[in-house]
Design a protein around this ligand. Structure first.
Ligand code: GLC
Length: 715
C-alpha cells in the first residue's frame, strides 16, 4: 500500500497550484472565524480545521470534496482524556490520573473508545497524547502529562497511540494521534508555561526525547511543536529539532503541526521575527508542515513562494507528508469515516471508564482505618468539602466546561458520580448515616455554611474531608507559585483537626498539592487526581473496600513548593542533601501507593549475557490485589552524572492471596544507556545495580548488581 500511496501523492502534488499547496498546510480554528469564512476556506482547500464538531464538520467536508482538487479536510480536536469537548461523550480520568493505573492495556482501550467517539462526530485526529514530563507541579499543565518519568510517558503514550490508530489507520473508528508538545515544554524555567527551557541537547536527548522516539517507533501520525524555546531558540523555529533529529535521525514520516498560532507567537511573544514574512519563512524552513490557527500565514506563504523567497521543495515536502497521512487514513475513499452516533458515550465505554477510574485511585496513607468496616452501632459519617460534589472540578481541564468556548457554569451532563453520590451509593456496606456539608469554597468561606458544617462535625463519628483545586487553578497559562491548601480550605481543616475525630482526607485535584498538615493529621489519605465521570464512585468504593486500591504515583508530592522540582530520579551531589527549613525528600515519592493486601519480592536474578531479569512477586496478604512491579537501575559510576535510580520497566499483575508469580524482563543495552556530552548514546562498561519493588523508595526495593565488561555504542 505504501508504494501506491506514494504514487498517488506525487500525481496529486504535481497537479496542485501554489495556492492549493499552501492551503493544504494551513489549519483553521473554527471557533475563531465566522461560519461563512470557514466555508470559504473549505472551498480554498485548507488542509484542516480544529474544534469543529458533528454537522458543522460534515458541511465543511461536503464543500471541500466538491471543490478544487477535492482533497478531504482533516478535522482535529483535543480529545485528550475522552472526547470531552462533546457534552455527551465519555469523560475518562485525565492523563496524570490515568498514569496512576500503570495499566498499558486499559489506557489503550480508553484511547480506542475515544477514537470511536471522535469518529462518530465526523472527526479524524486528536491532539493527544501529551509526552511532556510533569517535573514541576507549579506548571499549569502538569495534569495533562503522564507525570515525571520518561519511561512511563513513553510506555503509556505508546499505548494511547496504539489505541487511537490501531494497526491500520484506514479502518473506521481509528484516528490520527498527535504526540505533543515537542519538546521539553514542561521543563521551562520556573515552570512558567511556554517560557524558555534552558536544557542542553544532551539533556534533551537523555530525558525528553525518549518518549517521542517511542511514539515515532509506534507510527504516531503527527507531532505538535511546543510553544516554548530551548535555550533561546523557539521549538517552532528549531531546524535541528524538527528536521535533523525528528525527521532525519528518528525517521518520523508523519507531519508536524505547530501549536496554536505559533507563527504569530514567533513575532509577538518570542520576538525572533519582525513580521509575518519572516515568521513564515522561519517556520517552513525549520520543518513545520501544518500551521495551526495563523490565517495570515496563507497569503504570506503564497507571496513568498511566488517571489521565490522560499524553496518550493520545502512546501512540497510538507504537502507530501500531509497528503500521505490523509491517504493512510483512507480519507480519499471515505472523507467522513463517520461511525454511528451511538458510540458517543456508549455503555461499554462507561464501564471501561469505571474500571479505569478504580485502578487510578492511589492510597497514600492508611493508619489501619481503611477499608471502613460495618459497625454494630450506627455511625454518623460527615463528608465535608467543596470538591465532594463538584463535577467540573472532578473532571479537570479539556472538557466542555473549559474548551473550545469556555462555559464554566455549564450544566453537567449525566452519567457521572460525584464523591458524595458515591458515598451514598456504598453506605449500605456500612451501618451508617452519611451527612454532607460543602464546608467551604476553594477560595472563600461562607461563615453561615461553616457554622453549620462544624456543628455537624461535632456530632459525627468520622469525618471524610475532601479538598483540592478547581478549573480556575489548572490548565494552560494557569501556573501556580503556591500549591498548598488555599487559606479557606486550611482554615476549615485546621478546625476539623482539633475536634478529636478520625479524619479520612480525599484529594480531588488536578495534580499534587503541598499538604503535609493534612497528611499528618489524617488517619488515611487518598487521591487519583481528576478521576473522570466515575471518580466519585471509585473513591467511595475504595473507602468501603469494594475496590482494593492499586494506583501508584506517577509524580512526586512535595512537602513545600520550594522543593520543586523534586522528582525521584535526581542526580546525587546536592551539598547538604536538605534545606535548612524543609526535608529533602518529598511528602510522597514516585511509584508509591498502598494496597489492602501486601506484596513481597524474592529470587531476583539477572543474566548479563541475555540481559534477562527474573523476580518473584507474592501476595502475602488476605485479599486479592493488583500490583505494579517496578524495575529501576543505577549506573554506579558514569562519565556524565546519572540519576540515583531510573525506572526501566514495570508490569501490572493480579494475585490472589498467597499466589506467587515470576516476572521476566528482557532488556537491551539501550535500557542501561546514557547520553554523552557529544550527544552519543552508550551503555558504559562498569558496575550497575538493578532494584525491584513496589515503589521507588529504597526500603521497598530488593537489589542485585552486575558488571558490564565493555562499553556498547547505542547510536
Ligand atoms: C493549545 C495547546 C495544545 C492544543 C492546541 C489546540 O494552545 O497548547 O495542547 O492541542 O492549542 O487546542
Amino acid at each position: 500500500m505504501k508504494q501506491e500511496i506514494a504514487v498517488e501523492v506525487e500525481k496529486l502534488l504535481a497537479q496542485m497550484t501554489i495556492e492549493e499547496k499552501v492551503a493544504q498546510t494551513a489549519q483553521i480554528a473554527y471557533t475563531q472565524i465566522p461560519k461563512e469564512k470557514a466555508e470559504e476556506y473549505a472551498r480554498k482547500g485548507v488542509g484542516s480545521f480544529l474544534h469543529v464538531l458533528g454537522e458543522d464538520a460534515k458541511r465543511l467536508q461536503d464543500i471541500a470534496v466538491s471543490n478544487g482538487k477535492k482533497i478531504p479536510v482533516l478535522f482535529g480536536i483535543d480529545a485528550i482524556h475522552g472526547h470531552c469537548l462533546n457534552k455527551h461523550a465519555t469523560i475518562f480520568p485525565t492523563q496524570l490520573s490515568m498514569a496512576c493505573s500503570f495499566n498499558r492495556e486499559l489506557i489503550k482501550e480508553m484511547a480506542s473508545a475515544t477514537a470511536k467517539e471522535v469518529s462518530a462526530d465526523g472527526l479524524h485526529w486528536t491532539f493527544s497524547p501529551v509526552l511532556c514530563l510533569g517535573r514541576d507541579i507549579r506548571w499549569g499543565r502538569v495534569a495533562e502529562t503522564f507525570g515525571e518519568d520518561k519511561y512511563v510517558a513513553g510506555e503509556l503514550g505508546s499505548a494511547m497511540i496504539r489505541g487511537y490508530q490501531g494497526e491500520d489507520l484506514s479502518v473506521d473508528g481509528k484516528i490520527l494521534a498527535c504526540a505533543k508538545h515537542y519538546i521539553g515544554y514542561g521543563e521551562a524555567t520556573g515552570a512558567r508555561d511556554s517560557y524558555d527551557t534552558e536544557i542542553t541537547y544532551r539533556k534533551l536527548r537523555s530525558e525528553f526525547l525518549p518518549p517521542f522516539e517511542k511514539a515515532v517507533e509506534k507510527g504516531c501520525a503527527t507531532i505538535m511543536t511546543a510553544y516554548g524555546s530551548i535555550d533561546g531558540t523557539p521549538c517552532t523555529a528549531d531546524k535541528k529539532l524538527l528536521q535533523d533529529i525528528l525527521k532525519t535521525e528518528l525517521g518520523f514520516n508523519g507531519f508536524v503541526v505547530t501549536d496554536w498560532d505559533n507563527i504569530t507567537w514567533l513575532m509577538e511573544k518570542q520576538h525572533v521575527a519582525e513580521d509575518y514574512e519572516a515568521a513564515t519563512t522561519i517556520a517552513l524552513n525549520a520543518g513545520n508542515d501544518m500551521m495551526m490557527r495563523t490565517e495570515a500565514y496563507i497569503e504570506t506563504a503564497v507571496r513568498l513562494m511566488k517571489e521565490g523567497k522560499i524553496d518550493e521543495s520545502i512546501l512540497d515536502n510538507a504537502v507530501r507528508r500531509i497528503l500521505t497521512v490523509k491517504m493512510k487514513l483512507g480519507l480519499f475513499e471515505n472523507p467522513y469515516k463517520c461511525l454511528d452516533k451511538s458510540f458517543i458515550g456508549a455503555e461499554e465505554h462507561q464501564r471501561l471508564n469505571y474500571e479505569l477510574a478504580k485502578e487510578c485511585v492511589v492510597l497514600l496513607k492508611n493508619e489501619d482505618i481503611l477499608p471502613l468496616q460495618k459497625t454494630e452501632k450506627k455511625q454518623k459519617i460527615l463528608v465535608i468539602g467543596c470538591n465532594a460534589n463538584a463535577v467540573r472540578d472532578m473532571y479537570g481541564d479539556w472538557t466542555y466546561f473549559s474548551h473550545p468556548d469556555p462555559n464554566f457554569d455549564a450544566e453537567p451532563i449525566r452519567p457521572y458520580v460525584t464523591f458524595i453520590e458515591g458515598m451514598n451509593k456504598v453506605k449500605d456496606v456500612l451501618n451508617c448515616e452519611i451527612v454532607y456539608s460543602k464546608g467551604c469554597g476553594i477560595l472563600e468561606n461562607d461563615e453561615e455554611q461553616l457554622k453549620q458544617s462544624f456543628a455537624e462535625a461535632e456530632d459525627c463519628d468520622l469525618i471524610i474531608y475532601t479538598f483540592g483545586d478547581n478549573i480556575y487553578q489548572t490548565g494552560e497559562g494557569k501556573d501556580r507559585a503556591d500549591v498548598s491548601l488555599t487559606k479557606a480550605q486550611a482554615e476549615v481543616f485546621d478546625k476539623l483537626s482539633k475536634m478529636g475525630k478520625p479524619i479520612i482526607s480525599v484529594m480531588i485535584a488536578s495534580k499534587p498539592m503541598c499538604v503535609p498538615q493534612i497528611v499528618e493529621q489524617s488517619k488515611a489519605f487518598l487521591t487519583g487526581f481528576n478521576l473522570g465521570a466515575y471518580g466519585g464512585l471509585a473513591l467511595a468504593e475504595t473507602i468501603v473496600g469494594i475496590n482494593n486500591p492499586c494506583g501508584k504515583l506517577p509524580i512526586s508530592f512535595p512537602y513545600h513548593v520550594g522543593q520543586q522540582p523534586c522528582y525521584y530520579n535526581y542526580l546525587s551531589g546536592w551539598h547538604c542533601d536538605s534545606y535548612v527549613d524543609t526535608p529533602q525528600k518529598p511528602l510522597f515519592t514516585f511509584g508509591e501507593g498502598l494496597s489492602y493486601t501486601k506484596f513481597c519480592y524474592s529470587s531476583l536474578a539477572f543474566n548479563k549475557d541475555t540481559f534477562t531479569l527474573s523476580v518473584k512477586a507474592k501476595n502475602v496478604g488476605d485479599k486479592a490485589g493488583k500490583e505494579v512491579v517496578q524495575v529501576y537501575f543505577r549506573d554506579v559510576v558514569s562519565s556524565v552524572m546519572t540519576p540515583i535510580k531510573q525506572l526501566i520497566a514495570f508490569e501490572k499483575i493480579y494475585l490472589q492471596p498467597n499466589e506467587e508469580k515470576e516476572c521476566i524482563f528482557v532488556f537491551t543495552g539501550k535500557d542501561f544507556s546514557l547520553v554523552l556530552s557529544n550527544e552519543r548514546r552508550v551503555m558504559e562498561q562498569g558496575e550497575f545495580e538493578i532494584m525491584v519493588g513496589s515503589s521507588s523508595k529504597d526500603e521497598e526495593l530488593i537489589k542485585i548488581e552486575f558488571k558490564q565488561e565493555q562499553t556498547l555504542k547505542i547510536k
